[in-house]
Design a protein around this ligand. Structure first.
Ligand SMILES: N[C@@H](CCC(=O)N[C@@H](CS)C(=O)NCC(=O)O)C(=O)O
Length: 257
């Protein structure tokens, strides 16, 4: 239920220039909690309420969900204010399960309705706030979309001979070729929604394969390397990225399975 959700806030944050963070201390019962709002003046409507994963290592910090980051990146790139509620996915509170029955983040509230799934949320943001325009043309929207599943297959693989590493390199190489002809971003000169989806996944890929497989993106894929650098160094990305240790911890169950 939305009403109870709005009364539960992320505990703290030190890195929140674009979002409202509610600092709530665990003061004795009965005492009114101090709620501190870091506000930025914006020339438009109320901040969008968004639930995202909380860090597993630093309470009150944004965690390691690439889908949550995609939503936050979209808001940052559009310079829209948001009201971030961090959710501990290892111990999901009841209010969260009420607004997200599948127990997944991200969820965002549009017109009193909580909406799940980063695809749907980012489309809704685009429709409501089309400036700057971030939609990727339909014919380009699937570019690079097989990289994430190829990365997961390679990560989970226990058999070095099963070809999952070659399959990943092949997906990365075709994306590299695409960027060579059409880059620097998927839609050319300007960043668009496809990049905001792919960027966090490539960030996870680089950290996790480096950690668990001692593998890195081949140096020969220069356009891809440049693309990653371009996205990872954006202010919006730096503000919304997860801690490396959280990314490593987040993927551990998949590696161990
Ligand atoms: N297709 C969904 C995927 C969302 C998703 O899988 N989120 C993960 C975190 S990254 C989640 O909430 N998992 C539930 C859990 O860990 O309990 C989207 O694009 O939003």
């Amino acid at each position: 239920m939305a009403a109870s959700a709005t009364s539960v806030f992320a505990r703290s944050s030190i890195f929140a220039p674009n979002y409202h963070v509610h600092l709530r201390s665990y003061a004795p019962r009965g005492r009114r909690h101090a709620a501190v709002r870091l506000l930025r003046t914006r020339a438009f409507s109320a901040p969008l309420e968004v639930c995202a994963k909380e860090s597993v290592s630093v309470p009150g910090r944004l965690g390691d969900c690439p889908f949550s980051q995609r939503v936050l990146l979209t808001l940052e790139e559009k310079n829209l204010p948001y009201d971030l509620k961090l959710v501990n996915l290892d111990n999901k509170p009841d209010w969260f399960l009420k607004i997200s029955p599948e127990g997944k983040v991200p969820v965002a509230k549009f017109d009193d309705t909580w909406v799940a799934d980063s695809d749907i949320i980012t489309q809704a943001i685009e429709e409501k706030h089309p400036v700057p325009y971030l939609a990727t043309p339909p014919e380009k929207s699937l570019v690079g979309s097989k990289i994430f599943s190829a990365f997961i297959s390679f990560l989970k693989s226990k058999d070095p001979q099963d070809g999952t590493d070659e399959a990943l390199v092949s997906e990365l190489a075709s994306f590299n070729e695409y960027l060579k002809e059409n880059g620097p971003f998927v839609n050319g000169e300007k960043i668009s929604s496809a990049d905001l989806s792919l960027g966090p996944k490539l960030y996870h890929l680089e950290i996790v394969l480096g950690h668990y497989k001692h593998w890195s993106v081949p140096e020969s894929l220069v356009f891809l390397k440049k693309y990653m650098e371009l996205i990872f160094s954006r202010e919006s990305f730096i503000k919304t990225r997860a801690l490396k240790e959280d990314v490593v911890a987040g993927w551990r169950p998949k590696v161990m399975a």
